[in-house]
Design a protein around this ligand. Structure first.
Ligand SMILES: NC(=O)c1ccc[n+]([C@@H]2O[C@H](COP(=O)([O-])OP(=O)(O)OC[C@H]3O[C@@H](n4cnc5c(N)ncnc54)[C@H](O)[C@@H]3O)[C@@H](O)[C@H]2O)c1
Length: 345
């Protein structure tokens, strides 16, 4: 049984709480938020995916802290789950690692690659588990795609197109691009990370985008350039009109099949092969959050560092987004810097 302390009871913190409630190998013994209504459960948030942030947690069953650093000091907490605004991920993760806690922190790992490298250095020094919650690596349908590419069942990938579009969440964090990094960091990073999971570090990126609701990049389309995959494109944005439904999707064109999956329109994963009727592989149920947290707990129980998503992977995702941001700002193709995962500072 792992004793978990959860910091940040907003949009994603409540989603994590939902998951812990259903698990038999973890219990949330401490919670923290600066907003009293969130700390006592009277103020509710809603997620952007059906079934997210459902509620039902017994708030009285956990010790309550009005500041996350106090929770980190709680000796009964073995694992700290950090669901704080983005600029706080690194200082709180490093503080928890220094206290000998296991850490799961939300994406993006950091506001910039410099602080991401500080997190990497602290995680490498620590004897505990450190993991960034890059949930697409665990998402039903996306995990299927990783396997299909890994085992080569449909041949090589000719094109891989990803989209993630929504209306900007009402939370103040997202209207402050200095804090959240804009849609290009906050939202698009899900696809950036999944692309590097599939194909490794891109050589370069060419991206275009614009601001709409904020002064940050609210909508981006980026070409990630590889020597061995002809076309890799991702579109991400929260500049849609107010009635637009959240959608995340991919269309992958292999040598011998096309795979399409759209979450938002409730369409099943569809595989089209030339000489067969389209078919729909069975996927594991639920959302990626549950599998990501189960994996984190398994790493703690087995005393192993995460491999499905490493701490260096999480830092590289931030580096790739920075290159895409530079491309939007300059209008030029930008070479993605070679990884410097273990350099501190
Ligand atoms: N994986 C995903 O799909 C996903 C989805 C949404 C958000 N996120 C990420 O999660 C993070 C949080 O996003 P959110 O939408 O939940 O934000 P949010 O603003 O709704 O929640 C953050 C909470 O942290 C609390 N907080 C701030 N400083 C604190 C402190 N020092 N001590 C204790 N509590 C403190 C705030 O009061 C707030 O309730 C962001 O980095 C975001 O990118 C990830």
């Amino acid at each position: 049984m792992v004793n978990v302390g959860l910091i940040g009871l907003g949009f994603i913190g409540l989603t994590h709480l939902d998951v812990y409630q259903k698990l038999s190998n973890a219990r949330v013994v401490a919670i923290s938020d600066k907003i009293p209504g969130r700390l006592n459960g009277s103020e509710r948030m809603a997620g952007n995916i059906e079934g997210q942030a459902q509620g039902g947690f017994d708030y009285a069953s956990a010790r309550q802290y009005d500041e996350g650093m106090k929770l980190i000091d709680d000796p009964d907490v073995q694992a700290v789950d950090i669901c704080l605004p983005t600029p706080l991920h690194v200082p709180y993760a490093i503080a928890a690692l220094k206290k000998g806690k296991h850490v799961l922190s939300e994406k993006p790992m950091a506001r910039d690659s410099k602080s991401a490298r500080q997190y990497v250095a602290a995680a490498k020094k620590a004897k505990t588990v450190a993991m960034v919650a890059l949930c697409m690596r665990f998402w039903p349908g996306w995990d299927w795609l990783k396997e299909a590419i890994r085992d080569g069942r449909y041949g090589k990938v000719r094109s891989a197109i990803f989209r993630r579009l929504c209306v900007i969440p009402k939370t103040p964090l997202y209207f402050d691009p200095d804090a959240c990094g804009g849609a290009i960091l906050d939202l698009h990073i899900h696809d950036v990370d999944f692309i590097q999971y599939l194909f490794g570090m891109p050589r370069s990126v060419f991206a275009r985008g614009y601001s709409h609701y904020t002064a940050g990049i609210d909508h981006v389309v980026a070409h990630y350039e590889y020597d061995d995959v002809p076309l890799v494109v991702a579109e991400g944005g929260w500049s849609m009109s107010k009635t637009f439904l959240f959608t995340m999707q991919y269309t992958i064109n292999f040598e011998r099949a096309t795979a399409t999956y759209v979450i938002g329109e409730k369409l099943p994963l569809t595989i089209c092969e030339n000489d067969k009727p389209p078919h729909h592989p069975e996927l594991r149920p639920g959302m990626g959050y549950q599998y990501e947290i189960e994996y984190f707990l398994k790493c703690i129980e087995t005393g192993t560092r995460p491999t499905t998503v490493t701490i260096e992977d999480a830092a590289r995702a931030v580096t790739i987004v920075e290159a895409a941001t530079k491309s939007v700002r300059t209008g030029k193709v930008v070479r993605v810097p070679a990884p410097r995962p273990s350099a501190a500072g």
